[in-house]
Every structure is written in C-alpha cells, then in structure tokens.
Design a protein around this ligand. Structure first.
Ligand code: SF4
Length: 299
C-alpha cells in the first residue's frame, strides 16, 4: 500500500514517474469508486467552500456568544503594522477568518478536523491571491495534503482528543507545508522535508480548549500554524532538511500523543483551559449561561 508511509509513497512516485498527487488520486478513485473527473470536481467544490469560509470570515462579524472569538481575522486584515510583509499578515488573516467561520457555526471543510479548519483555506487563499498559483495546482496540492494526512492518521493521529493539538493543527500545518512546496515546484524530498520540519516544530502541542469550546486557543493556533507551515516550507525550498526522516517524525508524534496526559487531550482540564481566567470563563458559560452576552468580553 503506497500510502502506508512517506517512504513507500515516495518510492512509488519515483518508480512510476508520476507526481505525488497521482498516487493519492488513484487511492481516492479506488476507495470511493469515483472517476477521475469526479474527484477533480469534488476538489473544486471543497476549494470553493474553503474560499467562502475565508471570505465570510473577513466580511461578516465573527464573534461567538462566549466572547472567546472576536474578529481576529478582520483585525489582522486591517492591521497597519506588518512585521514581515502585508502579504504575510494576510496569510494569518485568511487562516483565522476561516477558523472563525467554523467557530460561528459557518460552513467549513474539516481538513483534517473542524478545529484546524482555517489552516488549509488560509494557505490556499494565500497561494492563489499573492502568488498567482492556478486552481489546478491548488487541487493537486490538496491531493498531496490528503496523502500527508492519510499517513499521519495511520501512523499517529489527527484528533486532538487522541494526540493533542499537534495531531490537529500539526497535521493541517504539515498538509499545508507540503502543498506550498509542491505548488512552488519543490522535489518529492523537499515536500517530505517540509512535513518533517512542520511536525518537528509542532511536536508536543497540547489540546486545551477553554470551556471545552473549539474557539480559544483554536483560532489563534490556526494563525500560528500557518506561520510554522510557511517557515517549514521556506526551509525545505531553501534546501534545508529536518535531518530526521519524515516517517520517524510521524512515529515520534504518535508516541508523544500516546504519552500525553488526558488533561491535554480536549478535556479542558489542562494548559490554557486550566488557567484561572479560563476557569472563570468556563464557570460563567456553563454554570450560569444566561449571563453570556456579546458585549461581555472574557478579559
Ligand atoms: S486546542 Fe484542541 S480543539 Fe482547539 S484546535 Fe487544537 S486540537 Fe482542536
């Protein structure tokens, strides 16, 4: 099975002289009984939902009744100070806006999960708008990302409740980093290095949603994850390596997730969720929900 490991995927790709996405496309056709045309059509539909999540997040108020989500995407989109470049700030804006659309019960693509649903829309929107990457290449990058997620799910996990936030936002960031490198013509090795570098830099990240709501730190982490994905892709495209093979990094992620205390696996008992302020917010939300008002900030 080609998608059991990055090594097997890479070998199959080289032996057959096909791009990485071709193996994933064939897997999808075989598993779902779909024609190639149907797979491309569905990719277009998925991409449209992702773009819409970004647009909606940037256009409409993105505030949740809990007060934990308050227009992060729009604040970034209208920022006047830019640490690196205005485009880079927009990468964060796109990712957080899409994730806020999810927090506000809008339509998103859970790729790989709802908690991490801003990362890929943010990256693909960034590639299309700021680098002119054509839609067809983005669909191919989506297939490459799907291959990454398949292997990570099999060898580690993609669920925060199983492996911590490294499994959710970490996997999405790895999918996105692979897509960036692919879109810019990186080699198979560079795509895999970007995945390894992303995992290396997200290893150990816990899942600690305040009050058990997939809002905080989730929106902020979607923003931070695209930065790590971009950094990993940049390093890989520059010819840098993770030194540790990508398959070993995936196994390491799975081992870290398995060793993680249950407080850090979406139980809202540790990390950010266990801070006094988060506990007070949880008390306010769950014990006396009537006091929650939109104008009632969590600070
Ligand atoms: S903190 Fe938990 S719920 Fe939030 S994005 Fe990370 S894994 Fe998902």
């Amino acid at each position: 099975m080609y998608l059991e490991s990055f090594q097997a995927w890479g070998e199959a790709t080289r032996q057959r002289g096909v791009p990485l996405w071709r193996i994933v496309l064939e897997y999808e056709m075989h598993q779902k009984g779909r024609s190639e045309e149907e797979v491309w059509r569905r990719l277009a539909q998925v991409y449209a939902v992702m773009r819409d999540a970004v647009e909606t997040g940037l256009r409409e108020p993105r505030q949740t009744p809990s007060g934990l989500v308050r227009d992060t995407g729009k604040k970034l989109a209208h920022a006047t100070f830019h640490l690196i470049s205005p485009e880079f700030t927009m990468l964060l804006a796109y990712a957080t806006a899409a994730k806020e659309t999810n927090a506000c019960m809008g339509r998103v693509v859970a790729a790989p999960t709802a908690g991490a649903s801003g990362i890929l829309p943010g990256i693909y929107t960034f590639l299309a708008r700021h680098h002119g990457v054509p839609e067809r290449t983005i669909y191919e990058a989506m297939l490459v990302g799907a291959g990454v997620a398949l292997i990570m799910e099999r060898k580690a996990s993609i669920a925060g409740a199983v492996g911590g936030c490294q499994a959710e936002t970490g996997t999405a960031a790895a999918m996105g980093a692979a897509g960036i490198v692919y879109a810019f013509g990186g080699t198979i090795e560079q795509v895999f290095e970007a995945v390894a570098l992303t995992i290396m830099n997200m290893l150990g990240l816990i899942c600690d949603p305040v009050a058990g709501l997939v809002e905080l730190p989730c929106v902020k982490r979607n923003g931070a994850a695209v930065v790590i994905a971009a950094a990993a892709a940049q390093m890989a495209l520059a010819g840098d390596t993770a030194v540790i093979p990508v398959d070993e990094m995936v196994i390491a992620m799975g081992a870290v997730g398995a060793a993680m205390d249950t407080r850090f696996k979406e139980t809202a008992l540790g990390g950010t969720a266990a801070t006094p302020t988060a506990q007070a917010i949880a008390q306010r939300i769950w014990v006396n929900p009537n006091v929650i008002r939109r104008e009632d900030p969590p600070e």
